[in-house]
Design a protein around this ligand. Structure first.
Ligand SMILES: [Zn+2]
Length: 293
């Protein structure tokens, strides 16, 4: 499943072809993804100019000149492909080394720039909704989301306060979207390794009495920001069937320190430990029992 860096990479791929362009025509090839498309989906999109492409947690937010926003989520297997009208070659630097099965091309946006943006989603856990901009913050999918981990508001005080009194594991707290938004299994494991904190540690142990942050909270916040920034820089990871908007697989997966490295040596200098896989709350956790305490 794509996490924040992958979604941010998709946003950066869509921005140049959609922002500032008008949506000339929309093909909605089926009535639903994870949820039904809005009844007037095509009508509310056609003719509108996209004024910007934003992101909140793992949601993409296309701002429309009508005052609506198109809220999109990639789900488990969704991807966007960018092409050119009447040209299957590769102008603009986009190319498709692994063309997605056309049967799973569910929504196609034809832009006034001549670009086509195709949403492909074999498993159909993706989502597209249209919401008036003024109602977005209070929308059920948005209102529970915690702070953006790369935002200035997210710091050690905030994370410690959110974890104080929590009896869950630190790993579980990190993937709780109400505590911090957009962090998933992969980058939670990576951040904990960088911070040298055990995923099994109680979440409350990053806060002092009264909820103030301790050194663990400070190290963890720094690690979260660093691991996400590095991943975005590398163009997002591309595990399994997730693809970047231009069809290329990302490269970040080669740089994981613990994720999917069960049985391999820990990369912490001088550690000598071996990465282990355990299951927490039904999800795989990868960590080094020697240097993560
Ligand atoms: Zn280690």
């Amino acid at each position: 499943m794509p996490e924040l860096p992958e979604v941010e990479t998709v946003r950066r791929g869509l921005q140049p072809v959609m922002a500032g362009a008008r949506i000339v025509r929309v093909e909605a090839r089926r009535p639903d993804l994870r949820r039904p498309l809005p009844r007037d989906f095509v009508k509310r999109l056609e003719g509108q100019t996209v004024t910007g492409i934003g992101r909140r947690a793992k949601y993409l937010i296309a701002e429309l000149s009508s005052g609506d926003v198109l809220l999109m989520h990639l789900g488990m297997s969704g991807s966007f492909r960018v092409g050119r009208e009447n040209d299957t070659k590769t102008p603009g630097g986009f190319h498709h080394p692994r063309p997605a099965a056309p049967a799973h091309d569910h929504v196609v946006f034809h832009m006034s720039s001549g670009a086509t943006v195709t949403f492909n989603d074999p498993r159909r856990f993706g989502l597209m909704l249209i919401v008036p901009r003024g109602e977005l913050a209070a929308h059920p999918l948005m209102r529970e989301l915690g702070p953006e981990p790369l935002g200035n508001a997210f710091d050690a005080s905030l994370l410690a306060a959110a974890c104080a009194g929590k009896k869950t594991s630190l790993k579980a707290a990190l993937i709780d979207q109400t505590i911090v938004a957009g962090l998933g299994n992969i980058y939670a494991c990576e951040a904990l390794h960088r911070a040298r904190l055990s995923p099994k540690r109680r979440a409350s142990t990053i806060a002092a009495r009264g909820g103030a942050p301790n050194d663990r909270a400070r190290a963890l916040v720094a690690a979260i920001k660093a691991v996400l920034a590095d991943a975005i820089k590398a163009g997002g990871s591309s595990l399994r069937d997730h693809r970047r908007t231009d069809g290329e697989l990302g490269l970040f997966q080669h740089h994981f320190r613990v994720y999917d490295r069960d049985g391999e040596p820990c990369v912490t200098p001088g550690c000598g430990g071996t990465v282990r896989r355990i299951v927490q709350n039904g999800r795989s956790t990868f960590y080094c029992p020697v240097c993560q305490k």
